[in-house]
Design a protein around this ligand. Sequence first.
Ligand code: AVI
Length: 323
Amino acid sequence: MQPRQLLPNLTFLDLYPPAADAAREVLSSLSAATPHLDPKYFYDEQGSALFDAITRTPEYYPTRTETGLLHEHAQAMARALDTELTIVEPGAGGCEKARILLDQWQPRGYMPLEISRECLLDATRQLAPRYPQVQFQAVCADYSQALTVPIDHQALPRLVFFPGSTIGNFEPAARRAFLTDLRRLAGDDGFLLIGADLQKSPARLHQAYNDSAGHTAAFNLNILAHLNRRLDCGFDLDAFEHQAFYNEEQQRVEMHLHCHRDQHVHIAGEPLTLSAGTRVHTENSYKFSVEAFSRELVTAGFQPLSCWLDDEALFSVHLARAA
Ligand code: AVI
């Protein structure tokens, strides 16, 4: 597949996974002994808008804290990098955080990878004309499967930008593998700028994932609405309830959808029943210490350079180079 030229400095490459792959994956994860769904299914257009609403609630501190750290330290970061870079951002969403870097750095290129096509196209069509000196290469892809997107023609060096503590949504083994993939994506002269949410009081975490406006509940339920729209499954959303709590032993916030009534649905042409009382596990959000996360970076082949925290030590932003 060839990239399409959308604007003089914007190309678009569509690697969106075929619906048949998604249907088989969803069927298998919902039929498992512990029914679960991959959190990537949160993010259709509606899901991205709901996530956006979460980030603006008073309870959800990560986005605003990380954004503050990026604004405050972008110049120090640029000095530590001291080079003209191409920024590659897996899961870029609406590219909001990259704007801070685009404003304060002079990158050569920006390559956002995003599963939500509408979100990616809207964001890059708006951004590209504002930064005519930056080459935009938008890629619609499931980055958890396609981190080897065509980067051959990308200028070096690369800085991989992975903000938001999305790294916390990976299971430990998958996280190790993914950080190693990020190291490969960065290349031998490359860098990583990554956000990691920090351990804190369970009460604070509980609030952040149970906001009073109900946006997190709506976001959680939208995973089923998305599957209904995309795969015509036939879930009755009223039969499910949002649950989120901190699991201290695992050091993670867990999100589930509790099913109150038997659900008979169809996925990939197969019937599937979820009985009343079933809990569908939709997300884990691991919380880190700075030391433990830095060790994970080292294990993946990075050399930590700097780490920035806010005054309350709620969130951390780590800059590392390929070791
Ligand atoms: C995207 N990710 C880092 C968010 C988190 O906090 O784990 C997703 C989220 N889930 C509920 N609220 C926000």
